[in-house]
Design a protein around this ligand. Structure first.
Ligand code: SF4
Ligand code: SF4
Ligand code: FES
Length: 261
């Protein structure tokens, strides 16, 4: 076990965990916009700044908690005047870039940021990169890319232009911390990044699935165990099938060998 103090309290940290993970595990809140537990930390938004002492840290060293791995003897302070000043500067820059975000407005209220002194833009995206990372690391479509850092970051293809490799899984829209990727669903289609995809239908009951032909094809290339029939049945029909199989087992109409267990 590694011993780390957060705001003076001695905590036991796990090897390899980050200060953000340790803090969250122990009930401390550190604001963050570009962190997600299922993705590699990137340190893009810098909202999770903390002050670090001990464990060879420079005096008054500010660093991002999501990328900082715990070390024996480390002391972390979450709410010093320095942390607050730098965090509010970052928040102010984000709010100048994206003035109409309810998520940022709520954060500004929470952290006492009263005034935006910078020229205001009219963007909707804070360029945190979460959408790019989930599409790459989890979905595997690699449909989105970003170039540059900070406010100079640009999307490739440009924001709202249909990415060629997109399969309409909608994970990027789901993970976006400021909810700025519009998704439109009808019974027959999913529209995302300005491109409309057909929804597949359950092969048993005809209900619309949250799945497109393109997404199914991608999943099949990523797992040799998956078959189309594992994917193109809705939850209701799948549950009915499981219940039917259980009943038949209980009634003795079929055996475990027949259901392939
Ligand atoms: S909807 Fe398209 S761009 Fe978004 S994560 Fe899925 S494949 Fe990638
Ligand atoms: S679209 Fe959303 S997730 Fe993607 S970079 Fe912009 S704010 Fe982040
Ligand atoms: S959450 Fe740590 S830099 Fe964004």
């Amino acid at each position: 076990m590694i011993h780390v103090r957060i705001n003076g309290k001695l905590l036991e940290a796990k090897k390899g965990e980050t200060v953000l993970q340790l803090a969250q595990r122990n009930g401390y809140h550190i604001p963050n916009l570009c962190y997600h537990p299922s993705l590699k930390a990137d340190g893009a938004c810098r909202m999770c700044l903390v002050e670090v002492k001990g464990a060879n840290a420079k005096p008054n060293s500010l660093t991002t908690a999501c990328t900082l791995t715990v070390k024996e003897g480390m002391e972390v302070l979450l709410d010093t005047p320095e942390v607050s000043k730098h965090r509010n500067t970052i928040l102010e820059m984000l709010m100048a870039l994206v003035p109409d975000s309810p998520v940022l407005t709520k954060m500004a209220e929470e952290y006492g940021l009263k005034e935006i002194r910078l020229a205001q833009g009219d963007e909707v995206c804070i360029k945190c990169g979460l959408c790019v990372r989930i599409c790459d690391e989890v979905v595997g479509a690699k449909a989105l890319a970003m170039e540059g850092r900070g406010t100079e970051t640009t999307f490739n293809p440009p924001f709202n232009e249909p990415p060629e490799r997109c399969v309409a899984c909608t994970s990027c829209a789901f993970i976006c911390p400021v909810q700025c990727i519009p998704v439109k669903k009808t019974n027959d289609s999913i529209t995302i990044w300005g491109r409309e995809f057909d929804r597949l239908k359950c092969t048993r009951c005809g209900r619309a699935l949250d799945l497109t032909e393109e997404h199914m094809a991608l999943m099949m290339t990523r797992s040799s165990h998956l078959k189309p029939e594992d994917l193109n049945v809705c939850d209701v029909c799948s549950r009915k099938e499981v219940l039917g199989t259980m009943k038949s087992l209980v009634d003795g109409q079929i055996t475990l060998e027949r259901v392939g267990k």
